[in-house]
Design a protein around this ligand. Structure first.
Ligand code: ARG
Length: 578
């Protein structure tokens, strides 16, 4: 439990006794002015408006009812009606000792656990995985990791784009090549393969005819065509899995349930919508009109679920997937990590599924939209020649750049260590640069900024971690031993101690809003507090008593564990030295 969570019941009680609304969630916060207090209750100010009362009087009433003698050294009303709380140092030390003893670092388990479906990554596998799918992949993975740690039943769904007319052309190309060479070799560079097939499709009418035939054969379940398609998907997914491996993403092959998995359901989905008179014919197509999503002229949004030629669409597959997630997977919540540019599609999807009665109101549906990664020119990131950036190339470049830095900064490391550090730092830098930005906003991709060892970056946090590990080594102790030392809190230790108590709050915030940058900000602040503590509090000097030394080593060890756990939630590795 965090301090905030421990204070909450007493505060709620005091608010109730004072006759005020008891929503402490939004009214208890870490103080912005540490000299005035550690935490601040602003419930009096918040309630005063509605009650037309004097906020200072309300604050006095709350304070009268507060029973925090054991936890707080001081409770004070300030300014227009804030209540400042200063924690008692002994209580703080005990609290940290308990946190340190817990393998979960004080992080609560979910009660009750929910079934949470997370749709993320979901690349289109006709082509190589490109940078456009990076954000969803790493953001979704953070939520999957944290929710799983909390004890929820997390079901990852990699809704890959593995179906559609472009496969007709790809299979036409593959069937010819497969005669001469191994399919895996032919598909070693998917991007090139796609381009070659496209050129032929555009230029060679016989080839185009074969491609179209393939589409029909595929859709009618022709065994030979399906086998070829399967082969294509398997090879393409092996590329995707290699990216996940390099990126440190927890998606496994069994998490894949692509668009094609819903093929057989599509007629039933449309039929059900028709039966309920939700889907109606419009110019030959089947369309669901949604007045709740009307544009500013009042024209209802049109969600097309079947084309006039009978073909199904991205929307139909998504409806089938959502129906499956609600009814078969029994999801309590569905999170979709998808580009913000698909917001309208997502709203239409959710509205249609709700109206069709496939998803009842207790099930939470959230589109966790993310912004675009921009290049230096302020436009979506592209290679110098204007092509899409292959994700694997970007990751390799990150590792190479990190390797050059490691060679400069840590020439003493062995070759293997340099390799390991370069991977952790390079991949960590890319992921952290992304995760530390507000999810919903675009950001500019900047190698130099993300690889800096100062500031809010992965290398800074990873380096901070190694400094603590090296301190522990010098002290001839390790994480486990140090954690059993008794912490003691004096003025110089307080800021760090308080930050350590706030880890569960940061994690809660990430979960509540699906916003990993909250955790990044927290870890960055924690590392900063540690650095200040380390400057102010000598540990290994001869003048320091054994008791003080151990008390401070305990804080250092807890900081290391918190950094490590936090970075693990972000899918970023730490190393012991660099
Ligand atoms: N394959 C899609 C794309 O690349 C993303 C799919 C996201 N998931 C979903 N259920 N629609 O844009």
């Amino acid at each position: 439990m965090s301090v905030r969570q421990q204070l909450a019941p007493s505060i709620r009680q005091a608010l109730a006794a004072a006759g005020l609304p008891t929503d402490t969630g939004t009214h208890l916060n870490p103080s912005g002015r540490p000299e005035l207090g550690d935490y601040q209750i602003n419930a009096a100010l918040a309630a005063a408006k509605a009650l037309k009362a004097n906020p200072r009087e309300l604050a006095a009433r709350i304070v009268e009812n507060l029973q925090l003698d054991e936890i707080c050294a001081k409770v004070e009303i300030a300014g227009p009606g804030f209540i400042n709380l200063r924690l008692n140092n002994h209580w703080l030390a005990d609290h940290l000792a308990a946190t340190a003893r817990s393998p979960r670092l004080g992080l609560a388990s979910a009660t009750p656990p929910q079934t949470i479906v997370i749709d993320y990554s979901s690349p289109n596998v006709a082509k190589e995985m490109h940078v456009g799918h990076m954000r969803g992949t790493i953001l979704g993975d953070v939520l999957a990791r944290i929710l799983e740690f909390q004890g929820h039943r997390v079901i990852r769904q990699n809704h890959i784009g593995d179906w559609g007319t472009q496969f007709g052309m790809l299979l036409a190309e593959l069937s010819e090549l497969a005669e001469q060479t191994d399919a895996a070799v032919a598909l070693a560079d998917l991007e090139q393969f796609y381009r070659r097939a496209k050129v032929r499709f555009d230029q060679d009418p016989a080839f185009a005819a074969r491609a179209r035939q393939n589409v029909v054969r595929l859709q009618s379940g022709d065994a030979e065509c399906l086998a070829l398609w399967r082969q294509f998907i398997d090879i393409s997914m092996a590329h995707v899995q290699a990216v996940y491996q390099k990126l440190g993403v927890t998606l496994r092959p069994q998490d894949t349930r692509g668009e094609s998995a819903y093929n057989a359901d599509l007629p039933a989905v449309v039929a059900d919508l028709q039966r309920q008179s939700l889907a109606v014919e419009d110019a030959g197509a089947q369309v669901v009109f949604l007045p709740e999503l009307a544009d500013k002229d009042g024209t209802p949004a049109a969600f097309i679920v079947q084309k006039a030629d009978g073909g199904y669409l991205y929307a139909t597959t998504d409806l089938a997937a959502l129906r499956y997630r609600a009814s078969t997977l029994k999801a309590d919540r569905c999170l979709y990590f998808i580009d913000a540019r698909q917001s309208l599609h997502m709203q239409q999807l959710f509205a249609t599924a709700r109206r069709a009665g496939w998803v009842d109101e207790r099930v939470e549906l959230t589109h966790c939209a993310y912004g675009t990664i921009m290049g230096k020119d302020g436009r979506p990131l592209k290679t110098r020649s204007g092509d899409t950036v292959k994700l694997i190339d970007l990751l390799d470049e990150a590792i190479q750049r990190a390797y050059r830095l490691v060679e400069q900064k840590s020439p003493h490391l062995s070759l293997e260590e340099k390799d390991e550090v370069a991977k952790a730092v390079g991949i960590g830098a890319i992921k952290y640069a992304d995760l530390s930005k507000t999810r919903t906003q675009d950001y500019r991709f900047d190698w130099d900024a993300m690889l800096r060892f100062e500031g809010n970056t992965a290398p800074y946090l990873q380096y901070g971690y190694t400094r603590i590990m090296s301190l522990l080594r010098k002290a001839d102790t390790d994480l486990d031993t140090a954690l059993h030392f008794t912490p003691a809190i004096g003025e110089a230790e307080r800021p760090l101690a308080l930050a350590l108590c706030q880890f569960p709050d940061a994690v809660e915030q990430v979960v509540a809003k699906a916003m990993p940058h909250e955790l990044c900000n927290y870890l960055f602040a924690l590392a900063g507090r540690f650095m200040a503590f380390y400057e102010a509090c000598p540990i290994l000097k001869d003048s320091v008593t054994l008791e003080t030394r151990n008390a401070r080593l305990q804080l250092a060890a807890l900081t290391a564990r918190t950094l490590n756990r936090g970075l693990e939630f972000l899918g970023i590795r730490t190393v012991e030295r660099m």
